[in-house]
Every structure is written in C-alpha cells, then in structure tokens.
Design a protein around this ligand. Sequence first.
Ligand code: CUA
Length: 181
Amino acid sequence: MKADLYERIWGWGVGVMLVFFFATLAHAALRHGFHPPSHVETIDPRTVFQSEGFRRQGVSVDPEGRITVTVVGMMFAWVPGELVVPAETPITFRLTSVDVIHGFQIVRSNGQAMMIPGYVSRFTTTFAVGEYLIACNEYCGVGHHAMAGKLRAIPREQWKVPEVVVEPAPLPHAGGTHASH
Ligand code: CUA
C-alpha cells in the first residue's frame, strides 16, 4: 500500500496514542481496581432516612465482620460528613441521594461513585492509613464547592467497632407491639 508521508506520520501518531490510552485503562483497572459499577438497587428518595438500609448512616459491622459505610448525599452535605474506618480492610460503601445527582469521590483513592436519587450505589475498596478528602465531583447547585467530607483510615488495631446497631424502638402509638392486648 502506498501512503503519503504525512499520512504515515499521523497513522503512527494515532497508533501510539491508542496504545497509550489502552495501557492507561488496563493500568487503572488491573493495578488500581477501577471498574464500572454493576450493582443495581433502587430506593424511594423521599423515604431514604426511614428506609431499612439508610435509617442509620455511617460505619457498621455485620455479624460476619464485614464493614459497611452508608452515606446519604444532599444539597450540600454528606451525611455523615466524617468517617473513620480501619486501614487495609475491605470497606463496602452504600450511597444514595435524597435530591439531585452528587459525585461521591474519595480523593487520592479509587473510591468514587455517582449518588443518584432513586438508586443505591455500591463499591468496595481498601485504604492505606491516612486522611482523605471526600469531594463532590458532580455539579449539584450553588453549594457544590462546599460539599466536602473527610474519611480517616486508621491502623486496624486502633480502630474500634462502632457501637452495636440498635433498631429504634417502635413509636408508642405505632400499635403493632400491643396487638396481643
Ligand atoms: Cu453535591 Cu456537587
């Protein structure tokens, strides 16, 4: 095939760029654990704070010792705004929004997911010891720039299991508990 000199130069240039882009993708996926979200769970954004999974926010541990962090995004804050987790331990995040789309990004880590009203985003990652800024990377309104939180990953032996999750007592007028009367 006869190709013009400039055509060949550009052809090689494009080829080099493609190889570079695929290499960065492979590096991010294999070395840093970046991958597209594949988990789909829906939720009613109007009743997030009353729902089973989000009634209590923050760090919790299940009977098998797995650590889950639950965060709700709202204009213009993360609830809760500060998290303390053990380092070098898989942490599963469960995230949702009660108003608009927010971008939950744990800066300097591979922890990042969109918070979309109506959906629960989930990802699992581990952290090195340190303090991480949690920034909003999706423009969500006038207070977007102020939407920041903190995650502290502390050595595993210093971390204490948060107090046991206690189901809130039923309201006195809820009725259900007095059905036998
Ligand atoms: Cu929340 Cu930008």
